[in-house]
Design a protein around this ligand. Sequence first.
Ligand code: HEC
Ligand code: HEC
Length: 211
Amino acid sequence: MSKPLLALLLLVCTATSQAASDVPNQIQSSVQACDACHSDQHNANSHTSSVAPVLNGMSDWYIEQQLANFQLGYRTGQGPDAERIQQAHSKEAISGDTLSLVADYYDELEHRFSDLTLSDTSNLNNGELLFEDKCANCHTSAFGRFLSDGPEITPLEAPYILQQLKAMQTEQRKFAEETKHHRKMVERLKDMSTQDLIDIVGYISKNAKSL
Ligand code: HEC
Ligand code: HEC
């Protein structure tokens, strides 16, 4: 084998082994467990009864906050797999330093914008009006998110967003530390029809990268 070819091969091997060892040793089994449902390699609809969002790029503080919400019973799994989902987020499955490391790991990965769409049709004009008036200030600018503790929602899967909006509207999804921002969002959702929610989600998923 020629020298340049050998050098290239070595480079490729090193790059591959680095990618494989990116997950710190002490959290490899946890990340494997989470990725069974949350991996960006899956079709989000194929592995549980409800959509597990891809965690890549999700803020570490938000991942930890949501795990606490599951563990304190403010969020629950939905559908026929509810128990399995609840178990996967329990204190026995993940807590303490392992949780912090897992949250840091996902935070540092690049966002993977979802291309999943809704099967229902949306009125994108209505979606835009509602989103810009009632949602954008807490979710799209970094400053708005900082003030409200709102997470980034644009990379999320459309069916997952709709599922969460319905859960928050009906108070199935609650908040361990309810703030005025949570109350404001839920109030706004309560004024909306299911079609309004579909329109908003359609608008978000069509324009995710520019919002
Ligand atoms: C059995 C499948 C499954 C496993 C395993 C699993 N999850 Fe989940 N996860 C889900 C589903 C489904 C949801 C959405 C639940 C809902 O409907 O609110 C979810 C939601 C979440 C959320 C909230 C995301 C958001 O945008 O609010 C976080 C954070 C999360 N999981 C982290 C983890 C971590 C960390 C692990 C590994 C320790 C893990 N999950 C393992 C299925 C799973
Ligand atoms: C006043 C600020 C505020 C407004 C307005 C607001 N939100 Fe939120 N939103 C939040 C906060 C804070 C959270 C975090 C919820 C939690 O702590 O569990 C959140 C969470 C969410 C989530 C869950 C994301 C996930 O990863 O699971 C979605 C989806 C969402 N908001 C969509 C919307 C939509 C659509 C609107 C407009 C109808 C809206 N929000 C209006 C502050 C706001």
